[in-house]
Design a protein around this ligand. Structure first.
Ligand SMILES: [Zn+2]
Length: 101
């Protein structure tokens, strides 16, 4: 489980009627992958880097990969740019929620 500032990445996440396993991977952000995360909808595995620079990047990456899974399981057509924008918007909404008194 990856933890940063009180937010923990779970070991699995439910999406529709399925369960996606989450793996924390050392070096995922390094070449040749160069990404914070990836989602394999066929095997239902989300991989996230172990090296997030800050909590906002961790949150947006987690939501981004979950949105790929949601897009697949609920058959909502979203390209990677759509996923990126919704993940950014959801991150702002969640940070406001977490920071609310
Ligand atoms: Zn993506």
């Amino acid at each position: 489980m990856a933890k940063k500032k009180g937010i923990s990445i779970p070991e699995r996440v439910p999406v529709a009627s399925q369960m996606y396993d989450i793996e924390i991977v050392e070096g995922l952000a390094d070449a040749p992958t160069n990404c914070w995360g990836c989602c394999n909808e066929a095997s239902r595995v989300i991989k996230l880097t172990a090296e997030f620079p800050d909590v906002a990047t961790m949150l947006v990456s987690y939501l981004h990969e979950c949105l790929h899974a949601i897009s697949s399981e609920y058959r909502v057509k979203m390209d990677d740019d759509d996923v990126d924008r919704v993940a950014q918007g959801m991150t702002q909404a969640v940070i406001a929620l977490v920071e609310a008194e």
